[in-house]
Structures are given as C-alpha cells and as structure tokens.
Ligand binder design. Structure first.
Ligand code: ATP
Ligand code: MG
Length: 562
C-alpha cells in the first residue's frame, strides 16, 4: 500500500462531503459484500487528462484515502496506437501533480491480455462465445435497433470445436483484419443493445506500445474493462453515466466466468461551460494548431491548467465543491475560477504591473531622484515579507485609470483630482498632454511629499488607489492574456469549429516593477488590481520571464455579459 493512500484517513473522512457513492460503499461494507474498499482510475492513454478526469481522479483517490484503501492507476490500453507512450507519461505526471500517489499499483489492461485470452477460451468452451464471419456492416444490420430486435448470425451456432480452432487461427494472425471477430453469445433480442452478442475481439495487426507485435487480435474495451477490474480485485468500479447500459454486460461476463464481481457505480460526468472535454475534439484543436499543444494554457487539460497557473489545491477544492451527481448538468466555469482565486489569494505575491501604460510626469518631484519604497508582498501571508519598489519622477499608470471628463463618482485620476499611488504618494493631475490627433499621450501631476507611503497626516481622504511603475526602472514583460477558447457557453452543442474564439489569446508588453525580471518559472503573482499571473514554464528564459494571466480578480467577464 502506498504512503499517500494510508495518510490522513480520519481527516479525510470528516472533510469529504457525503454523497450517494459513499452511501453505497458504506452499505456494502456493512453487509459484508466487500471486506475492503479498492478503487481505480482507468484512463485510456489516447490523450492528455482534462479537468473532467481530474474530478474522477479526486473521487477515486479521495475514496481510497477515506477508507484507508488503495486506488490503482490502470491504463486501459486496449486500442494500440503509436503515441500512447507520451500519453502514459503525461497521465502519470498529471495524477502526481494533483497530489495523488498510486504507489506500487500501476497496471495496464495489456498486462491482462493473456488472462483475457484464456477467459475468452473459457467462454467458447462453455458455448458462450463464437467466431463471427459477418463483416462490420452486416453485424450492424443484424443487430437491429432500439425498436427492432436483432437476428441471429448464421455463424452463431458453430460448434465449440470449430470456434476454438478459428479463434486459435485468429490469434495466430492467419486471417485478415476485419474478416472475423469473436462475439459473446448472449441475446440478439435483448432490449439492451449492449447485450446483443457484443464483439469481444477484433483482428488488428498493429504494434502495441507495451506488448509489441505479440498480438494480432485485441480485446474490445467492453470485454477488457470489467475483467481488468475483477482481476485487480476492485470493489467499487466508479464510472460515468454512459456506462450504465454496459453494466449488465460487465456483470454477465464476470458471472459467466465465475470470477470476482466488482460493483459498478455511475455518476454524471463533469461538464463545464465554455469547455469541451472530448479527447477527440481536444486532439483536433492540437492537430489543427488552433492551440500550441496539449499544454496550451487555454486548454482544459491538466497540463494546460498547470501552465496557466492553476494549483492542485484549487482543482481539488473545485472537484469536492461540485460533488457527484446522478444526472448530467453544466457547471458554470465561474465556479472553477472562484476556487482558483480563493487559493491564489493565499499564495500569490502582490506586485505592480501596468498592462496598458500612459506616462505620468510628477513635475515637483526632483529630477534624477529615486526612492526605494517599502511594499508588503502578501497581506494574506505575513511570512511572505516585504520588498522595495523604486519610485521616480516619471511613472506609468494604467490608461483606463485616467478620465478627462470624469463623472462625479469616478474615483481614479482626472484633471484636478487627487489619488493615492500604492505604497507611494498622493498625486494630483495638473495637465493633460495630447498628440495632434487629440490622443492623450502624457499626464502632468504634482505630488505631496508629506504623504510618503500613501498616507496623509491631516486625515484628508482620497478614494482611489492606483498601481504604477517607475519608467526608468520598468521591466518590459511579455504578458499573455487569455479568454475562453469558445464563444458559446456550450460549444459541444454544434460544431466546435464554428464557435472558436479568435481572440482567446492576446499578447501584450506590460511595464512591471523591476523585481519581476528575476521571476522564476512556477511563481504565482497577483498584479495589483489586475488579476493573477503565472510565469510561463515553457517559453520563459532566465532574466526574461513571460507571464500567463491565470484569472482576473473578479469575474469581470460574467459581469460584462451577464
Ligand atoms: P473520451 O470519451 O473523450 O475519450 P473518456 O471518458 O473515454 O474520454 P477515459 O480515459 O476513458 O476518457 O477516462 C478515464 C476515466 O475518467 C473514466 O473513468 C471516465 O469515466 C472518467 N472521466 C472522463 N471524462 C470525465 C468527466 N468529464 N467527468 C468525470 N469523469 C470523467
Ligand atoms: Mg473511455
């Protein structure tokens, strides 16, 4: 048993919200149905993990932590493809990063290919499986529909001997791909289409990332999945709702074989607004180069979220927060942002960066003078300490922190108005300088030397506090601003190509305080009044960090559009 799985049992037990899965498990334990809980997370290594998988990981590993049990990591690698190794590597990295440890229990469905083959022979011998010669299209025709029963294949009543011989030949690679399959012999008129003699094996003469060229036939997912759970002694096999109709088939297989019978429990998959989670669609975004890769910070993949600046804690809290349900629904992505902000608020260092700068000259500040002003790194965390920020006669402020014809309730800078510069002084705008087109290019201000640190002795109040950066000392930082990949809240409703957001990435050069030049990959920042930013782990160079906008301070998007 792994260390992680043993840890924090009692804590987790009280912390984890109860749900119907836990209720089922507890009933089973009480009734002695299973002596020990044993779960698994079973990814198909055909893509990177996404936020939906994260929910399944948190659920399965979370249950294991609660019940002092083990959660296996099992790769359901029944569908050979040459890229699987990269996916296996990324999946392991992502599960670890989320904070879960499968210890010694890393398995592959391909580890069970011999056993599955032996089980298939067992079913053939029992007259419960047969070799089919109909082709894929004929099989489909014979299967019938929801309203029309299927009909038996002319090959259904082959003798056990003939089936054994043909299956042996299939195994040896003596037949062409597509010419034969092995099917379970169940019931062609079952109201459940999954029970109408499902295919167990198909001929595929392709290389497998683990078994090499050993196999010429590969098990179907439906044949491999339940038996893999059984072989591993899984007590509760937790999966998403679309497998509810497969449960009778999985039960049939283990009952016919007389092997350990896991209990399958289905829950609703996570759907998030403005997000697609089908690996096929995510792969298309990568292949069509709409994003830079599976780890593009706009992707809902764990790798993308990590690079964007999400923390494992934020994702785990989100997963716990949305809970598990029996019916499909759409979770507002704002809920994910809220978990993220809550966590980043605790850890992000507060710094100043001006994203859309306008120059301010403080006319009564001595030319050539620089002051190092003290600034708190994180008001939420005293141990984060303090730093100094250089102040000088010429600074940048945010262009939208100034308005020439300001309404009365505008508390930022305007002609004749006084505001506070964070950590610095009060300034008052004395003049506005424009170019020949009337565009404001510079502001002239005066400052009050008695307000150093941003406070006045005479008790006079200013309502607005602006962030700023000294021009002479500024670091020109590449900043990547992200928006949703899709313009529609439910991109899956139509073709995703039709609702791709062309403005999902905007690259700007921001002016930041000089300390940010030395920011290292993996550091979390809050740019005051702007949002949370994370040093990009891929494209940053030493001394030239690039900042990914993780999330804004409030949900300005929902505000604007809701
Ligand atoms: P796709 O259909 O896009 O290939 P998948 O669901 O088949 O995705 P798997 O690799 O088979 O992907 O998933 C591994 C596990 O994660 C499964 O148990 C699956 O039920 C679960 N899972 C996948 N997507 C979600 C989701 N959106 N919410 C919750 N669990 C999910
Ligand atoms: Mg799947």
């Amino acid at each position: 048993m792994s260390k992680m799985n043993e840890k924090n049992t009692t804590n987790e037990e009280t912390k984890s919200p109860s749900n119907f899965i836990r209720t089922f498990i507890e009933e089973d334990l009480k009734a002695g149905q299973y002596k020990k809980v044993h779960t698994r997370f079973p990814p198909e290594p055909n893509g990177y993990l996404h936020i939906g998988h994260a929910k399944s990981i948190c659920l399965n590993f979370g249950l294991a932590e609660s019940y002092n049990a083990v959660c296996n990591l099992r790769f359901d690698d029944t569908n050979p493809s040459k890229e699987e190794d990269e996916y296996v590597r990324s999946i392991k990295e992502d599960v670890k990063w989320l904070g879960f440890d499968w210890g010694e229990t890393e398995f592959y469905a391909s580890d069970y290919f011999d056993q599955l083959h032996a089980y298939a022979i067992q079913l053939i011998k029992a007259g419960k499986a047969y070799v089919e010669d109909l082709n894929a299209e004929e099989i489909r025709e014979y299967r019938g529909t929801l309203t029309k029963p299927g009909k038996n294949s002319p090959y259904r009543d082959r003798s056990v001997e003939e089936n054994l011989e043909l299956f042996e030949k299939m195994t040896r690679g003596e037949f062409d791909e597509g010419s034969k399959v092995l099917r379970a012999k169940i019931d062609m008129s079952s109201p459940n289409l999954n029970m109408r003699d499902p295919v167990m094996y198909r001929i595929l003469k392709v290389h497998h990332h683990r078994t090499g060229d050993k196999w010429k036939i590969y098990p179907m997912y439906d044949w491999a999945h339940g038996q893999s759970d059984s072989i591993e002694g899984i007590s509760h096999s937790i999966c998403t709702l679309e497998f509810e109709d497969h449960r009778p088939l999985y039960n049939w297989f283990v009952e016919q074989l007389g092997i350990h019978h896991p209990r399958q429990i289905e829950f609703a998959r996570l759907n998030l607004s403005y997000t697609v989670m089908s690996k096929r669609k995510l792969l298309k975004l990568v292949q069509d180069k709409f994003v830079t890769g599976w780890d593009d910070p706009r992707m809902p993949t764990i790798a993308g979220l990590r690079r964007r600046g999400y923390t494992p804690e934020a994702i785990r809290n989100f997963s716990d927060g949305v809970g598990v349900a029996k019916a499909n629904s759409l979770v507002d992505i704002a809920q994910l942002y809220a978990s993220l902000r809550e966590d980043l608020n605790k850890r992000a260092l507060r710094v100043m960066a001006v994203l859309d700068p306008i120059k301010v000259v403080i006319e009564n500040y001595p030319e050539g003078q620089t002051e190092e002003l003290e600034a708190v790194n994180n008001p939420e965390d005293e141990s984060a300490g303090k730093r100094t920020v250089p102040f000088s006669r010429e600074i940048y402020i945010e262009r939208n922190d100034f308005m020439e014809d300001a309404p009365r309730k505008y508390f930022r800078l305007a002609p004749g108005k006084e505001v506070r510069l964070k950590h610095a002084y009060y300034i008052t705008c004395t003049d506005v300088i424009k170019d020949e087109n009337g565009k404001i290019i510079e502001l002239r201000c005066s400052y009050d030397p008695a307000t150093r640190g941003g406070w006045s002795d005479d008790g006079r109040k200013v309502k607005g506090t602006l962030h700023w950066v000294s021009i002479e000392h500024a670091y020109n930082a590449e900043v990547r601003l992200y928006d949703h990949l899709f313009t529609e809240p439910e991109p899956d409703k139509g073709e995703i190509e039709e609702c791709l957001n062309p403005d999902s990435l905007k690259v700007i050069t921001a002016k930041t305080e000089p300390s940010l030049k030395d920011a290292q990959a993996g550091m979390y920042f809050q740019f005051l009044r702007q949002g949370y930013f994370f040093v990009d782990s891929v494209d940053s160079k030493p001394g030239a960090p690039i900042f990914n906008k993780t999330v804004g301070l409030r949900d300005s998007w929902a505000k604007k559009n809701g």
